[in-house]
Design a protein around this ligand. Structure first.
Ligand code: BEZ
Ligand code: FE
Length: 269
Protein backbone atom coordinates (compact mmCIF):
# COMPACT_ATOMS: atom_id res chain seq x y z
CA UNK A 1 0.00 0.00 0.00
CA UNK A 2 1.36 3.48 -0.85
CA UNK A 3 1.95 5.97 1.93
CA UNK A 4 -0.87 8.12 0.50
CA UNK A 5 -3.30 5.19 0.63
CA UNK A 6 -2.18 4.37 4.17
CA UNK A 7 -3.03 7.93 5.28
CA UNK A 8 -6.37 7.82 3.41
CA UNK A 9 -7.20 4.54 5.15
CA UNK A 10 -6.51 6.20 8.52
CA UNK A 11 -9.38 8.64 7.79
CA UNK A 12 -11.71 6.01 6.32
CA UNK A 13 -13.75 5.54 9.50
CA UNK A 14 -14.64 9.23 9.87
CA UNK A 15 -18.32 9.02 10.86
CA UNK A 16 -19.56 12.19 9.14
CA UNK A 17 -19.61 11.47 5.36
CA UNK A 18 -18.85 15.06 4.30
CA UNK A 19 -15.92 15.33 6.74
CA UNK A 20 -14.64 12.00 5.39
CA UNK A 21 -14.88 13.27 1.80
CA UNK A 22 -13.05 16.51 2.65
CA UNK A 23 -10.29 14.73 4.59
CA UNK A 24 -9.76 12.16 1.85
CA UNK A 25 -9.54 14.76 -0.93
CA UNK A 26 -7.24 17.00 1.16
CA UNK A 27 -4.82 14.11 1.72
CA UNK A 28 -4.88 13.05 -1.95
CA UNK A 29 -4.26 16.57 -3.25
CA UNK A 30 -1.62 17.50 -0.66
CA UNK A 31 0.32 14.32 -1.36
CA UNK A 32 -0.02 14.79 -5.12
CA UNK A 33 1.28 18.36 -4.79
CA UNK A 34 4.34 17.35 -2.76
CA UNK A 35 5.07 14.43 -5.12
CA UNK A 36 4.63 16.51 -8.29
CA UNK A 37 7.07 19.24 -7.23
CA UNK A 38 9.46 16.90 -5.37
CA UNK A 39 9.03 18.98 -2.21
CA UNK A 40 12.31 19.21 -0.27
CA UNK A 41 12.63 19.20 3.50
CA UNK A 42 13.73 22.87 3.42
CA UNK A 43 10.72 23.85 1.28
CA UNK A 44 8.36 21.94 3.59
CA UNK A 45 9.92 23.85 6.53
CA UNK A 46 9.56 27.20 4.70
CA UNK A 47 5.88 26.40 4.16
CA UNK A 48 5.41 25.60 7.84
CA UNK A 49 7.18 28.86 8.80
CA UNK A 50 4.97 30.81 6.37
CA UNK A 51 1.76 29.39 7.89
CA UNK A 52 3.13 29.96 11.40
CA UNK A 53 3.83 33.62 10.58
CA UNK A 54 0.27 33.94 9.25
CA UNK A 55 -1.03 32.55 12.54
CA UNK A 56 1.12 34.90 14.59
CA UNK A 57 0.00 38.09 12.81
CA UNK A 58 -3.69 37.11 12.90
CA UNK A 59 -5.79 38.91 15.52
CA UNK A 60 -9.46 39.81 15.99
CA UNK A 61 -9.06 42.60 13.41
CA UNK A 62 -6.24 41.29 11.19
CA UNK A 63 -7.28 38.03 9.48
CA UNK A 64 -4.19 36.98 7.53
CA UNK A 65 -5.56 33.48 6.80
CA UNK A 66 -8.51 34.98 4.89
CA UNK A 67 -6.04 37.25 3.10
CA UNK A 68 -4.02 34.18 2.07
CA UNK A 69 -7.15 32.44 0.81
CA UNK A 70 -8.11 35.64 -1.06
CA UNK A 71 -4.73 36.09 -2.75
CA UNK A 72 -4.67 32.42 -3.79
CA UNK A 73 -8.07 32.88 -5.47
CA UNK A 74 -9.61 30.28 -3.15
CA UNK A 75 -12.17 32.63 -1.59
CA UNK A 76 -13.27 33.77 -5.03
CA UNK A 77 -13.48 30.17 -6.28
CA UNK A 78 -15.68 29.17 -3.33
CA UNK A 79 -18.09 32.00 -4.23
CA UNK A 80 -18.30 30.75 -7.83
CA UNK A 81 -19.27 27.26 -6.58
CA UNK A 82 -22.53 28.63 -5.18
CA UNK A 83 -25.34 27.50 -7.46
CA UNK A 84 -25.69 30.12 -10.19
CA UNK A 85 -28.64 32.48 -10.26
CA UNK A 86 -29.22 36.00 -9.05
CA UNK A 87 -26.50 38.58 -8.63
CA UNK A 88 -22.98 37.16 -8.71
CA UNK A 89 -21.31 36.64 -5.37
CA UNK A 90 -17.76 37.71 -4.62
CA UNK A 91 -15.31 37.63 -1.74
CA UNK A 92 -16.25 38.77 1.78
CA UNK A 93 -12.65 39.83 2.51
CA UNK A 94 -11.06 40.11 5.94
CA UNK A 95 -12.27 43.67 6.68
CA UNK A 96 -15.94 42.94 7.32
CA UNK A 97 -17.09 43.94 10.81
CA UNK A 98 -20.56 42.71 11.82
CA UNK A 99 -22.96 44.92 13.75
CA UNK A 100 -22.88 48.10 11.64
CA UNK A 101 -25.35 50.78 12.74
CA UNK A 102 -28.81 50.66 11.21
CA UNK A 103 -29.34 53.86 9.20
CA UNK A 104 -32.39 55.41 7.56
CA UNK A 105 -32.84 55.14 3.81
CA UNK A 106 -31.29 58.24 2.23
CA UNK A 107 -28.82 58.75 5.07
CA UNK A 108 -25.07 58.94 4.66
CA UNK A 109 -22.62 56.30 5.87
CA UNK A 110 -19.99 59.03 6.14
CA UNK A 111 -19.41 59.93 9.80
CA UNK A 112 -15.99 61.64 9.60
CA UNK A 113 -14.63 64.54 7.55
CA UNK A 114 -13.55 63.32 4.13
CA UNK A 115 -12.70 65.24 0.97
CA UNK A 116 -13.89 62.34 -1.22
CA UNK A 117 -16.36 62.83 -4.06
CA UNK A 118 -19.95 62.60 -2.82
CA UNK A 119 -22.12 59.89 -4.41
CA UNK A 120 -25.62 58.54 -3.96
CA UNK A 121 -26.03 54.79 -4.36
CA UNK A 122 -29.51 53.53 -5.15
CA UNK A 123 -31.33 50.56 -6.60
CA UNK A 124 -33.66 47.73 -5.74
CA UNK A 125 -33.50 44.30 -4.17
CA UNK A 126 -35.43 41.78 -6.24
CA UNK A 127 -36.37 38.16 -5.67
CA UNK A 128 -37.59 35.65 -8.26
CA UNK A 129 -41.12 37.07 -7.92
CA UNK A 130 -40.41 40.79 -7.60
CA UNK A 131 -39.24 43.35 -5.02
CA UNK A 132 -38.13 42.16 -1.60
CA UNK A 133 -38.00 43.78 1.80
CA UNK A 134 -34.31 43.22 2.48
CA UNK A 135 -31.39 44.39 4.59
CA UNK A 136 -28.22 45.70 2.98
CA UNK A 137 -25.07 45.64 5.11
CA UNK A 138 -22.64 48.06 3.46
CA UNK A 139 -18.96 48.88 4.02
CA UNK A 140 -16.19 50.63 2.07
CA UNK A 141 -12.93 52.54 2.40
CA UNK A 142 -12.30 56.23 3.01
CA UNK A 143 -10.39 58.40 0.57
CA UNK A 144 -7.17 57.70 2.49
CA UNK A 145 -7.72 54.13 1.13
CA UNK A 146 -8.33 52.64 4.60
CA UNK A 147 -11.40 50.98 6.10
CA UNK A 148 -12.39 52.19 9.58
CA UNK A 149 -11.31 48.84 11.06
CA UNK A 150 -7.76 49.47 9.79
CA UNK A 151 -7.50 53.11 10.80
CA UNK A 152 -7.54 54.38 14.41
CA UNK A 153 -8.04 57.93 13.07
CA UNK A 154 -11.53 57.02 11.76
CA UNK A 155 -14.66 56.58 13.86
CA UNK A 156 -15.37 52.85 14.08
CA UNK A 157 -18.74 53.36 12.33
CA UNK A 158 -17.39 55.46 9.48
CA UNK A 159 -18.49 54.35 6.01
CA UNK A 160 -20.48 51.38 7.31
CA UNK A 161 -24.19 50.91 7.78
CA UNK A 162 -27.22 48.67 7.47
CA UNK A 163 -30.22 49.78 5.45
CA UNK A 164 -33.63 48.14 5.27
CA UNK A 165 -35.60 48.54 2.05
CA UNK A 166 -39.33 49.17 1.88
CA UNK A 167 -41.76 46.63 0.41
CA UNK A 168 -40.85 48.05 -3.01
CA UNK A 169 -37.27 46.76 -2.55
CA UNK A 170 -35.85 50.26 -3.08
CA UNK A 171 -32.80 51.54 -1.26
CA UNK A 172 -30.71 54.69 -1.42
CA UNK A 173 -27.87 56.05 0.67
CA UNK A 174 -25.21 58.70 0.43
CA UNK A 175 -21.49 58.10 0.73
CA UNK A 176 -18.19 58.99 -0.92
CA UNK A 177 -16.80 57.44 -4.07
CA UNK A 178 -14.59 54.48 -3.03
CA UNK A 179 -10.95 54.44 -4.17
CA UNK A 180 -8.60 51.62 -5.20
CA UNK A 181 -6.46 50.36 -2.34
CA UNK A 182 -3.69 47.88 -1.58
CA UNK A 183 -4.69 44.90 0.56
CA UNK A 184 -2.68 44.75 3.82
CA UNK A 185 0.78 43.84 2.49
CA UNK A 186 3.02 44.40 5.52
CA UNK A 187 2.83 40.74 6.64
CA UNK A 188 3.54 37.25 5.30
CA UNK A 189 0.95 37.54 2.50
CA UNK A 190 2.59 40.81 1.39
CA UNK A 191 5.96 39.03 1.34
CA UNK A 192 4.42 36.29 -0.82
CA UNK A 193 3.09 38.91 -3.26
CA UNK A 194 6.51 40.61 -3.45
CA UNK A 195 8.35 37.32 -3.94
CA UNK A 196 6.03 36.42 -6.83
CA UNK A 197 6.10 39.87 -8.51
CA UNK A 198 2.40 40.52 -7.80
CA UNK A 199 0.85 43.86 -6.85
CA UNK A 200 -1.50 44.22 -3.85
CA UNK A 201 -4.14 46.54 -5.40
CA UNK A 202 -7.91 46.11 -5.56
CA UNK A 203 -10.22 48.12 -7.85
CA UNK A 204 -12.55 50.65 -6.15
CA UNK A 205 -15.70 49.01 -4.77
CA UNK A 206 -18.41 49.05 -2.12
CA UNK A 207 -19.18 45.83 -0.22
CA UNK A 208 -22.71 44.53 0.30
CA UNK A 209 -24.26 41.63 2.17
CA UNK A 210 -27.90 41.53 1.12
CA UNK A 211 -30.31 39.37 3.13
CA UNK A 212 -34.05 38.72 3.01
CA UNK A 213 -36.06 36.03 4.82
CA UNK A 214 -36.39 32.84 2.78
CA UNK A 215 -33.65 33.91 0.37
CA UNK A 216 -29.98 33.03 0.01
CA UNK A 217 -27.74 35.72 1.52
CA UNK A 218 -25.78 37.55 -1.16
CA UNK A 219 -22.19 38.64 -0.43
CA UNK A 220 -20.99 40.89 -3.20
CA UNK A 221 -19.42 44.20 -4.28
CA UNK A 222 -20.35 47.00 -6.65
CA UNK A 223 -17.28 48.17 -8.58
CA UNK A 224 -16.62 51.62 -10.06
CA UNK A 225 -16.35 51.26 -13.86
CA UNK A 226 -13.74 54.05 -13.96
CA UNK A 227 -11.40 52.39 -11.48
CA UNK A 228 -7.88 51.18 -12.11
CA UNK A 229 -7.15 47.48 -11.45
CA UNK A 230 -10.50 46.08 -12.66
CA UNK A 231 -8.44 43.69 -14.81
CA UNK A 232 -5.91 42.72 -12.15
CA UNK A 233 -7.70 42.56 -8.80
CA UNK A 234 -5.16 41.18 -6.27
CA UNK A 235 -7.84 38.88 -4.81
CA UNK A 236 -9.56 37.87 -8.09
CA UNK A 237 -12.88 39.26 -6.82
CA UNK A 238 -13.83 41.44 -9.80
CA UNK A 239 -16.88 40.29 -11.81
CA UNK A 240 -17.89 42.18 -14.96
CA UNK A 241 -21.57 41.92 -13.97
CA UNK A 242 -20.84 43.92 -10.77
CA UNK A 243 -19.26 46.94 -12.49
CA UNK A 244 -21.31 50.14 -12.78
CA UNK A 245 -20.84 53.85 -13.42
CA UNK A 246 -20.18 56.19 -10.49
CA UNK A 247 -20.01 59.26 -12.76
CA UNK A 248 -21.96 62.40 -11.90
CA UNK A 249 -22.29 61.57 -8.22
CA UNK A 250 -24.65 58.66 -8.77
CA UNK A 251 -24.45 54.88 -8.99
CA UNK A 252 -27.36 52.50 -9.37
CA UNK A 253 -27.46 48.75 -8.94
CA UNK A 254 -30.23 46.17 -8.59
CA UNK A 255 -29.49 43.09 -6.46
CA UNK A 256 -31.21 39.80 -7.32
CA UNK A 257 -31.59 37.17 -4.61
CA UNK A 258 -32.37 33.50 -5.13
CA UNK A 259 -34.79 31.60 -2.97
CA UNK A 260 -33.18 29.55 -0.19
CA UNK A 261 -33.34 25.85 -0.99
CA UNK A 262 -33.54 23.85 2.27
CA UNK A 263 -30.67 21.36 2.54
CA UNK A 264 -28.75 22.91 -0.38
CA UNK A 265 -25.03 22.20 -0.42
CA UNK A 266 -24.07 25.87 -0.30
CA UNK A 267 -26.17 27.31 2.45
CA UNK A 268 -26.23 30.99 3.34
CA UNK A 269 -23.44 32.65 5.23
C1 BEZ B 1 -11.73 43.83 0.78
O1 BEZ B 1 -12.30 44.03 -0.27
O2 BEZ B 1 -12.07 44.46 1.78
C2 BEZ B 1 -10.62 42.85 0.82
C3 BEZ B 1 -10.77 41.65 0.17
C4 BEZ B 1 -9.73 40.75 0.18
C5 BEZ B 1 -8.55 41.06 0.82
C6 BEZ B 1 -8.40 42.29 1.47
C7 BEZ B 1 -9.45 43.20 1.47
FE1 FE C 1 -12.86 46.01 0.01
Amino acid sequence: MSLTDEVRAAFANTPDPRTRELADAAVRHLHAFATEVGLTRAEWRAGIDFLTAIGHITTETRQEFILLSDTLGLSSLVETLIEPGGTEHTVLGPLYVPGSPVRELGDSTLVDEDAGERVEISGRVLGPDGPLRAELDVWQNASNRLYAVQDPAQSPENLRGRFVTGEDGRFAFRTIRPVPYPIPDDGPVGRMLAATARHPWRPAHIHFIVTAPGHRALTTHVFDAASEYLDSDAVFGERDSLVTSFEGGRATFDFRLEREVPGALHESR
